[in-house]
Design a protein. Structure first.
Length: 317
């Protein structure tokens, strides 16, 4: 999520900096032979860099911590020399809450030592927040004044600009400006429904992952937007009364089988028992029955909606 090619350790090779739904940004080091394996980015004490929420791989559950002094779920990251001291700091984006934080590099360009806590990005004197959630921040000089600005793609759509009106070593951001309005739709819907023509979407819907680029070479920055859209299918089948009754019967069978499955899993207390269950004939037969029922339901109940991920070009006027 929100990947960036950037030389994070000043060794002359581009690395890949990438956000993660785990809540911890990752770094893939580049070298003369290619790329290594992803590594969690750590602070100066050896703890993972995050905002608050994270996937606890040791206990296989979602967890949270207050050690970073912030709230939110980090899914996006961007590198920027925030204080103009020659090393790269981290801009962290909170997917659900729409907050932005900076994690300062207290080390050097070649040996990063990230601070233990986050600082909120201030906008108009208040902590900056994208109201409906943040999909990806990008650092770019949007207005050509020599200072970096922050562009944000919204998790529920839209593109927002934080214009930098400070100095090179002390950025200061104005209140956010909406460059692209989010689509209207159900308030809590993360996939927005859009108009379609000939069975294809006509607009980006939600989860805007953006990249600014002078696409047409006219001297200003356009936007490449990766986004998900949902649209109504044409000629959706209307069920007969007999088919409706069949669907109701299949759903009852499905619910009963799911109860059996959950009871089986609950009875397996240890890891060994769970592994035995997953490899058992009983579990395989139950999974086959469920799969057959879901197949029949799909035939009887075609989805009235289609959805997909697309890349869009938004030209700057």
């Amino acid at each position: 999520m929100s990947s960036q090619l950037v030389d994070m350790n000043a060794d002359g090779h581009k690395d890949i900096l990438v956000g993660s739904f785990s809540g911890v940004p990752q770094l893939i080091h580049g070298n003369k032979d290619g790329y290594g394996q992803p590594e969690a980015i750590l602070d100066s004490t050896g703890e993972t860099v995050l905002i608050q929420a994270f996937w606890n791989k040791y206990e296989s559950k979602w967890d949270d911590t207050d050690r970073a002094g912030s709230e939110g779920h980090c899914t996006s990251v961007a590198a920027v020399d925030w204080d103009h001291d020659g090393d790269l700091d981290l801009l962290l984006g909170d997917y659900y809450g729409g907050r932005l934080f900076v994690r300062m590099n207290e080390g050097t360009a070649s040996e990063a030592r990230f601070a233990k806590v986050n600082q909120p990005v201030m906008s108009g004197g208040e902590p900056g927040v994208i109201k409906d959630g943040l999909a990806a921040p990008r650092v770019v000089d949007w207005d050509g004044d020599g200072l970096f600005d922050i562009l944000c793609g919204g998790s529920k759509g839209g593109v927002f600009l934080y214009r930098n009106k400070g100095k090179q070593d002390s950025p200061e951001f104005a209140t956010s400006v909406t460059l692209v309005e989010p689509l209207k739709g159900k308030p809590n819907a993360f996939i927005k429904q859009v108009p379609s023509i000939d069975g294809r979407p006509t607009l980006p819907g939600s989860s805007y992952h953006i990249d600014p680029v002078d696409y047409d070479g006219d001297g200003d920055l356009d936007l490449i937007v990766g986004a998900r859209s949902q649209w109504l299918n044409e000629n959706v089948k209307v069920l007969t009364q007999e088919e409706k009754e069949k669907v109701a019967s299949l759903k009852e069978q499905q619910a009963s089988l799911m109860e059996d499955y959950q009871a089986m899993m609950a009875a397996a207390k240890t890891d060994e028992q769970q592994q035995e269950l997953l490899e058992s004939k009983e579990q395989a037969e139950l999974a086959t029955k469920l799969s057959d029922i879901m197949g029949e339901l799909r035939k009887l109940q075609p989805n009235p909606n289609s959805s997909g991920d697309f890349v869009w070009l938004l030209r700057r006027k």
